[in-house]
Design a protein around this ligand. Structure first.
Ligand SMILES: Cc1cc2nc3c(=O)[nH]c(=O)nc-3n(C[C@H](O)[C@H](O)[C@H](O)COP(=O)(O)O)c2cc1C
Length: 173
């Protein structure tokens, strides 16, 4: 048995060990990058990714307007860029230009992918859903690429103001 103390609901939602961090790139012509920590696998067959984006974000408008987006997994070398894209708004700055991140033409989508990321998932928007303080945008992965030596241990996690890498394996099937 674990002895417990009561948490208020707002603190309880922050009790998850960590969330993956992704850079979402969206747009064609006008394009932008947003850092997201609210990102999840919504379906395995077909593979659908969901991102939870607050309506006040500039990216929210672009995600509504365009039919696709890319979900890009950064490594620890990109923390500075992740913070930049997560604190500056695309309505004021060109985040590709300011960070030096390289927009790579998507193979199956018109939104760009990010050259420096370890994994890129090209997603066709398959729906959206408003809940609580954000809109979940869902995207079916139609093409994906990973750097040759990618392992999940290299993908950044975030929660509560800190970035981490996944820890040790404690059990394996
Ligand atoms: C680590 C991290 C995770 C974030 N996760 C989200 C998220 O899941 N959803 C969201 O709407 N904003 C999230 N943000 C905040 C946005 O990235 C931030 O408001 C950004 O400046 C919005 O850019 P935009 O106005 O160009 O869309 C996160 C920021 C950081 C630093």
């Amino acid at each position: 048995m674990q002895e417990k103390i009561e948490l208020n609901a707002a603190d309880a939602i922050k009790a998850f060990p960590a969330f993956p961090v992704a850079l979402v790139a969206v747009g064609d012509g006008v394009r932008n990058i947003i850092t997201v920590g609210i990102v999840h696998a919504m379906s395995l067959k077909p593979p659908i990714v969901g991102i939870g984006v607050v309506p006040s974000r500039y990216s929210h408008k672009l995600l509504q307007k365009y039919e696709d987006f890319s979900v890009n997994i950064p490594g620890k070398d990109l923390v500075k860029e992740v913070m930049y894209c997560g604190t500056k708004s695309g309505k004021d700055v060109d985040k590709f230009k300011e960070t030096g991140l390289t927009p790579i033409k998507g193979k199956k989508i018109s939104s760009p992918c990010i050259g420096e990321c370890l994994v890129v998932m090209e997603c066709k928007k398959s729906g959206s859903f408003d809940i609580g303080d954000r809109t979940w945008f869902f995207g079916e992965i139609v093409h994906a690429e990973a750097s040759k030596d990618y392992t999940r241990e290299k993908g950044l996690l975030y929660w509560g103001g800190e970035f981490r890498l996944p820890g040790d394996v404690v059990w394996r099937r």
